[in-house]
Ligand binder design. Structure first.
Ligand code: ADP
Ligand code: MG
Length: 632
């Protein structure tokens, strides 16, 4: 192709090439999605222009009513999707259609499953939709003019999807974009009005803009359908959420969810409500079955679509739902706001604030209902999103009680790890001796289960919640009590072990022998730089020692998490509790001074390790351990 000064040949970014290769070679059984993607881009382009023209009405050409036209040419083997949306400048064409700017692309490649159906759905989810054109086209030509620019700035982009694309001057006169697809021979079945209409119904009926196609008539001479010059609307523009609930069947909700939110699986739960009265709006919320890959990025989620009187305004989760509900997908459609609302207005809006409050209640209610009535599905939800919901305990005090009811834990009650317990269930099983709800945090479920702190609880059949997640310690620090029962860490000082131990004789520190007392004093002197005090433990049965911290200090586990997160928390003052009945302790009295010191340090080090802490000097620990081992 000739290359004048206005025409440049460029290479796709490496990742685009990889993606295109994937599209072309593995997604050919998902031909239809190109139309969904291109129509959705056209619709986005119109929404963008509508939004920008609020501040700058000159951007719109005179007769613009936003619309999308889908046409085809059987002889030239082309399908064209045209819109009169915002269009693109030359630079935007190069950036938007030559690279993948999305940080999610790497994750996209990682997440490919080899299951082509699912992979095809992922393409939409990752916003790489435009390239799906190359599943069915061997050449794509984009002609576009950016709103606000004069027609000399019109550009075209052309590519065969193999490695390069060409950008040149073009001649579009009004703002908007045409995408012309040269259909591959094996996809000629798409060059059919009936087939295209069918695909548009399937995927694009909810698009609120009119989508037009040329009317077709039977031509008696040619014995075939031919296109006339009259346009007719093909999509129903039926906003599902605006229809009465009683008219909508389950499968319609599911299909709607999958198309609008690019998911390949049915949602777990949903709730649809129309609120009338002082404030008027409709909510339709879905809880997905799986988390999208960017769910851990607290800023990236755009799960809620805001409509005003059925016109799409923006994707925005933050104004409409708190971040701890960022897994929710859905729609809010209100008639309380003006169409020309801006993000700034949204931030200030009292209406939006009250819609947000009501939406939180609605979603927590939906989850509560599911927890009660669909326990199995609720467990799926909890495994997928429980960690995120926990953020709400510390972030939304007004709803803390409701969120606390939704929490699920593994506990020592059922030894089966997949068996969850709620706080209410825990409370209903509480022993009358208990002062509160007991828990232990640790790095893993295994570490929690084997913690020496648990020994006395196990012996007395007292249930303890096992909290192995990173967020747990932070969360629990915000949850002081539940149903009036305080939450008590069993790894901190300040609760009376004797209260829970009935049948087991517990060691009364006052009654231990003088020789044991002097050993403890000796240990305390040797370790005084490392611990605050050394005490006789009444909670240990099988272990020689454990670590406690004072009630308001950070646990060794928390100190470790904070350090890993790059913070610099003060080291907590540790209390070493020892078990005088343990052979380790008994052995101490036979040792000479040098050995005694080594053994004391070892006792402390192992207690720190089993309590989830890190050793400040692991080399010294190993040296000490080896020296003791070699003497035996
Ligand atoms: P996404 O829609 O998720 O951003 P796509 O691959 O579908 O990803 O499109 C890439 C980008 O190309 C869009 O974000 C948009 O900037 C631009 N684009 C695509 N189609 C159009 C169009 N019809 N009008 C204007 N811009 C478009
Ligand atoms: Mg798109």
């Amino acid at each position: 192709m000739s290359q004048n000064s206005q025409s440049e040949k460029m290479s796709f970014q490496a990742e685009v090439k990889q993606l295109l290769h994937l599209m072309i070679h593995s997604l050919y059984s998902n031909k239809e999605i190109f139309l969904r993607e291109l129509v959705s881009n056209a619709s986005d382009a119109c929404d963008k222009l509508r939004f920008e023209s609020l501040d700058n009405p000159d951007l719109l050409s005179k007769d613009s009513k936003f619309s999308i036209i889908v046409s085809y040419d059987k002889d030239k083997h082309t399908i064209t999707i045209s819109d009169n949306g915002i269009g693109m400048s030359r630079e935007e064409v190069i950036n938007n259609l030559g690279t993948i700017a999305k940080s999610g692309t790497k994750d996209f490649f990682k997440s490919l499953s080899g299951d082509k159906q699912k992979d095809a759905q992922l393409i939409g989810q990752f916003g790489v939709g435009f390239y799906s054109s190359f599943i069915i086209a061997d050449k794509v030509k984009v002609t576009t003019l950016k709103a606000g620019l004069s027609k000399e700035f019109s550009v075209s982009w052309e590519s065969d999807g193999l490695g390069e694309f060409i950008v040149s001057e073009s001649n579009r006169e009004t703002h908007g974009t045409d995408i012309e697809l040269h259909i591959k021979e094996d996809s000629f079945d798409l060059l059919n009005g009936w087939r295209l209409r069918e695909i548009l119904h399937k995927y694009s009926d909810h698009i609120s803009l009119p989508i037009y196609m040329f009317k077709e008539e039977w031509d008696d001479e040619k014995k075939t359908q031919i296109q006339t010059n009259d346009l007719e609307i093909v999509n129903k523009s039926n906003a599902l959420w605006a229809r009465p609930k009683s008219d909508i069947i389950e499968s319609e909700y599911k299909e709607f969810y999958k198309v609008l939110f690019h998911d390949f699986e049915d949602p777990l739960f949903w709730t649809h409500n129309k609120i009338e009265g002082r404030s008027e709006y409709t909510q339709l919320f879905f809880i997905p079955k799986h988390a999208p890959l960017d769910i851990w990025d607290r800023d990236s989620s755009h799960g809620i679509k805001l409509y005003i009187k059925r016109v799409f305004i923006m994707d925005d989760s933050e104004q409409l739902l708190p971040r701890y509900l960022r897994f929710v997908r859905g729609i809010i459609d209100t008639s309380d706001l003006e169409l020309n609302v801006s993000r700034e207005i949204l931030q200030e809006s009292k209406d939006i604030f009250s819609i947000k409050e009501a939406s939180i209640k609605r979603i927590l209610g939906l989850l509560d209902d599911a927890a009660k009535n669909k326990a199995e599905d609720y467990n799926i939800f909890w495994n997928e999103f429980g960690q995120i919901l926990k953020e709400g305990i510390g972030e939304d005090f007004a709803n803390q009680e409701k969120i606390a009811k939704l929490l699920r834990f593994v506990s020592t009650y059922g030894e089966d790890d997949s068996q969850y317990t709620s706080l209410s269930e825990y409370v209903s099983r509480m022993d009358s001796k208990q002062e509160g709800i007991y828990y232990i945090t640790a790095d893993s479920l295994m570490a929690a289960k084997n913690s020496p702190h648990l020994e006395i609880f196990r012996k007395n059949n007292i249930e303890v919640l096992l909290l192995p997640d990173r967020i747990d310690e932070w969360m629990i620090s915000h949850l002081r009590d539940f149903n009036g029962k305080p939450l008590i860490s069993i790894a901190k000082e300040g609760f009376d072990v004797s209260k829970i131990s009935g049948e087991v004789d517990i060691k009364n520190p006052a009654e231990i022998s003088e020789s044991s007392k002097s050993i403890i004093t000796k240990i305390e002197n040797l370790l005084k730089d490392r611990v605050k005090s050394v005490k006789v433990s009444s909670r240990l049965i099988d272990s020689p020692a454990c670590i406690l911290v004072e009630k308001n200090e950070l646990s060794p586990h928390m100190v470790r998490i904070l350090k890993a997160a790059g913070q610099n928390p003060p080291d907590s003052k540790l209390i070493l509790e020892v078990n005088p009945d343990h052979d380790f302790f008994k052995k101490l009295s036979d040792l000479d001074d040098a050995d005694f010191e080594q053994w004391s340090n070892l006792l402390l080090d192992q207690a720190i390790l089993t309590s989830g802490g890190n050793l400040n000097d692991p080399v010294a620990f190993v040296r000490c351990l080896n020296s003791i081992l070699l003497k035996t």
